[in-house]
Each structure stands twice: as C-alpha cells, then as structure tokens.
Write a protein that binds this ligand. Structure first.
Ligand SMILES: Nc1ncnc2c1ncn2[C@@H]1O[C@H](COP(=O)(O)OP(=O)(O)O)[C@@H](O)[C@H]1O
Ligand SMILES: [Mg+2]
Length: 229
C-alpha cells in the first residue's frame, strides 16, 4: 500500500501541493485528475522523489520513503512513466529498456513487455527518436515495466497519442491489473478511459483533493465541474 500523509510540495517558495492525503491499496488502480497546472505532475514527482516533500510523509509498504532518494524508491519497486515520455532519442529501444532495468535494480528483463508491446521487440534496434509518438509512449511504459515494478506511476500516458495506441495502452493497463501484481497511479484527463481502468478517483484543484470517489459511485458532473476551464 502507498500512503501520502498531509503532503506539501513545490518549487522553492511556491507550494504547489498544499495538503494531500491519498491512499493506494495493493492491486488498485487509482486515477488522479484535474486541470492543467493544478499539481498532478508535481505530486507524482514527490512520490518518486525527484521532488522532496516539504511536509508530510510518503509511505510505501510501511516503509517511510519521504527522505529517500529516487534511486532507492525505484529499487523498492516504484516505476515511473513521466509526462511527455522522456525516452532517450539517441539510444536504441533496447538500450532504453536497459536503463529502466538498471533503475529498478533488476538483472533480467521482464519478457511480458514484449507481449504487451510487440512493437518494442520488433523495433529493438531502432533509435528511440525514430519511433512515432505513440510508440515512444509504449517504450516509456515498457521501460518502467522491464524491472517488474510492484507500483507504477503513469503521468498522462494517452496525451497526444493516436486512438489505436490509446486503446493498446488501455488494454495493457487492464492486463497488468488482471495479473494482480502491480498497483498504479494514473494521471489521466479522459473520463471514459478512467472509468475503464480505475478503481478509485481523486480530483485535484489548487494543490488539494477536491473530490474523491470509487469509480462505481463516480459523479460525472462533479468531475466535469473541476475539469472544465
Ligand atoms: N520546475 C518548476 N519550477 C517552478 N514551477 C513549476 C515547475 N514545474 C511546474 N511548476 C508549476 O507548478 C504548478 C503545477 O504544475 P504541474 O504539477 O506540472 O501541474 P499539472 O501536472 O497538474 O499540469 C504550475 O503552476 C507550474 O507552473
Ligand atoms: Mg502534468
């Protein structure tokens, strides 16, 4: 289980995350929604440790990670798919995967990634930068999955991606969920996508949770109210 307790976080003097409590139980997929600029990416960076919380706690499986480095958190099984993919364009697809493997502290590639994304196997020797945007997103997800994380953070994986690849990504998330080894936080703006994959939803506004609900009791109107500009 991942627990965020009264998290405050931001950049220098500017507090972006004001006071967030959030819980992800084992095997759950939790979606974080909210308008642009409300702090979703900042929250994920605080979980992965690129940013350090100014206050509060990040606890994973009863271990306090709050003061730990990103490398330590990754080795605890927390994988990260950053917004905008951030693959290494001059490295091959395979070399990109090896970086994920090392970050997660694993020795052997989880071969499931080739089943999830056959294109990754087919394009193993191509440079990451030569893939389409959607394929790069698949690579970014595969890079996080090669070390078999117990927890996966995905930051807007469908942003700007063509519909057929969005569908593939959705299928993979559902498959991972079925396999039951990995919990997830997914930042996502598309409510239909969220309903297809998530168990629980949090909506953030101005750095705080303004709405939360189990997916089967979700009030669409409440969500749209916070998402509309
Ligand atoms: N590196 C940074 N330095 C200073 N401010 C930042 C930085 N990154 C993001 N911000 C600010 O933090 C706020 C939240 O950004 P972000 O977490 O990226 O929002 P979201 O992911 O919800 O769109 C925004 O006002 C943004 O301008
Ligand atoms: Mg963001």
């Amino acid at each position: 289980m991942l627990e965020l307790e009264s998290i405050k976080s931001g950049y220098g003097e500017s507090m972006v995350i004001r006071d967030i409590d959030l819980k992800v139980k084992d095997k759950q997929v939790v979606c974080v929604m909210g308008r642009n600029g409300v702090g979703k990416t900042t929250l994920l960076k605080t979980i992965i440790g690129i940013l350090h919380a100014n206050k509060g706690k990040v606890v994973y499986n009863d271990k306090d990670l709050t003061k730990r480095r990103p490398s330590y958190r990754a080795r605890q099984g927390i994988g990260y798919v950053p917004q905008g993919r951030e693959i290494f364009p001059k490295l091959t697809v395979y070399e990109n995967l090896l970086i994920g493997l090392e970050a997660g502290g694993s020795k052997q590639i989880n071969e499931d990634v080739y089943t999830y994304f056959p294109i990754i196997k087919e394009f193993k020797k191509r440079n990451g930068g030569d893939l389409s945007g959607g394929q790069q997103q698949q690579l970014a997800i595969a890079r996080a999955l090669v070390s078999n994380p117990s927890f996966l953070l995905l930051d807007e994986p469908t942003e700007g991606i063509q519909p057929n690849i969005v569908q593939e990504i959705q299928d993979v998330i559902i498959d991972i969920k079925k396999n039951g080894q990995t919990s997830m936080i997914l930042v996502e703006q598309d409510l239909e996508f969220v309903k297809n994959v998530a168990d629980y939803v949090y909506v953030i506004d101005h750095g705080s949770i303004v709405y939360e609900s189990a997916v089967d009791q979700l009030n669409d109107k409440a969500v749209y109210r916070y998402l509309s500009v």
